[in-house]
Ligand binder design. Structure first.
Ligand code: SAM
Length: 281
């Protein structure tokens, strides 16, 4: 990493910073100015990643440079980073002290001491409606989740997304004493409990439409299926209510009049139309 960040500005909203992200964040990025962060940091994979050059004929060249080292060492620099976080106080300082007790002065603690101050800065720059996606892998995801809980608040944890690789990984080869390690982890946290979240929809595959939405509404040709009308969550969560809307209310109310909510295995009269805009799935 170059010690002095260089900026390559094209437009105000499209600016590339080249340098150590901690310094860039502290020197250039204002509080509460960022909508969305996706972070693909080093994972503590204990490997060096090289850029391989190609010869003119396309064959692999002998020359290569180390693009970045993903191995961490507990040394003076790591100790300084750790101290800085601990002196900053708060729950993240508690978490780091607990990690020191648990992990000792180790490579993992050095890695976490590098990550923690950056995650603190990333929270600072997020807008109240902002979100952060932290890509990591099972080597450190459990420690990072605790650090994220300490920095963002456990209530701001939204999802752990599993990124499963579709190509095989050689670590599950014959003779190995473990299953193939074939997934990464993406921790999704929001800055507050009111993040911008745009649900994306994709069309259902034709085969699913044909299988699930077999019925066609007379007159409009719209497809629907028949499912029960109980609310989400089930009786154990106190949410086992019948949801009724618009003209479907008649059918649901008729069901209640016919024998009340009988829970699972309710008679078919409880079944309702799903898939139409006015139905609640
Ligand atoms: C897991 S790789 C990300 C790879 C990238 N997402 C891609 O698909 O090519 C981690 C990246 O973080 C960069 N990196 C490591 N420490 C950094 C730091 N302090 N500031 C900025 N970038 C850093 C490394 O150079 C490396 O490119």
């Amino acid at each position: 990493m170059s010690s002095t960040p260089k900026t390559v500005a094209t437009q105000d909203k499209n600016r590339l910073y080249y340098g150590d992200n901690l310094q860039v964040l502290r020197d250039y990025i204002a509080d509460a100015s960022v909508d969305l962060i996706y972070l693909d940091p080093p994972f503590n994979s204990r490997q060096d990643y090289n850029v391989l050059f190609a010869e003119k004929d396309g064959s692999r060249s002998a020359s290569q440079i180390t693009a970045f080292k993903d191995s961490w060492e507990w040394n003076l620099e790591a100790e300084r980073a750790y101290q800085e976080v601990v002196e900053g106080g708060g729950r993240v300082a508690d978490a780091m002290r607990a990690f020191r007790t648990l992990l000792g002065g180790s490579d993992m603690l050095a890695y976490l001491a590098m990550m923690a101050p950056r995650l603190i800065e990333l929270r600072r720059v997020l807008k109240p409606t902002g979100s952060i996606y932290l890509h990591c892998d099972p080597t450190a995801s459990h420690y990072l989740k605790l650090i994220m809980d300490a920095i963002f608040g456990a209530a701001m944890f939204k999802n752990e997304v599993i990124w499963q690789r579709s190509d095989a990984h050689s670590d599950g080869k014959q003779g190995s004493k473990h299953y193939g390690r074939i997934h990464d982890v993406i921790l999704y946290f929001s800055r507050t409990d009111n993040p911008t979240f745009n649900t994306l929809y994709t069309p259902l595959p034709e085969s699913t439409q044909a299988k699930w939405y077999r019925h066609v509404e007379e007159g409009t040709g719209r497809r629907y299926n028949k499912g029960d009308v109980t609310g989400p969550g089930g009786a154990s969560k106190g949410k086992s209510t019948l949801r009724v809307e618009g003209h479907h209310a008649i059918l649901a109310l008729q069901a209640i009049a016919d024998g009340g909510a009988r829970g699972r295995g309710a008679p078919s009269v409880f079944r309702e139309r799903h898939g139409l805009p006015e139905a609640i799935p």
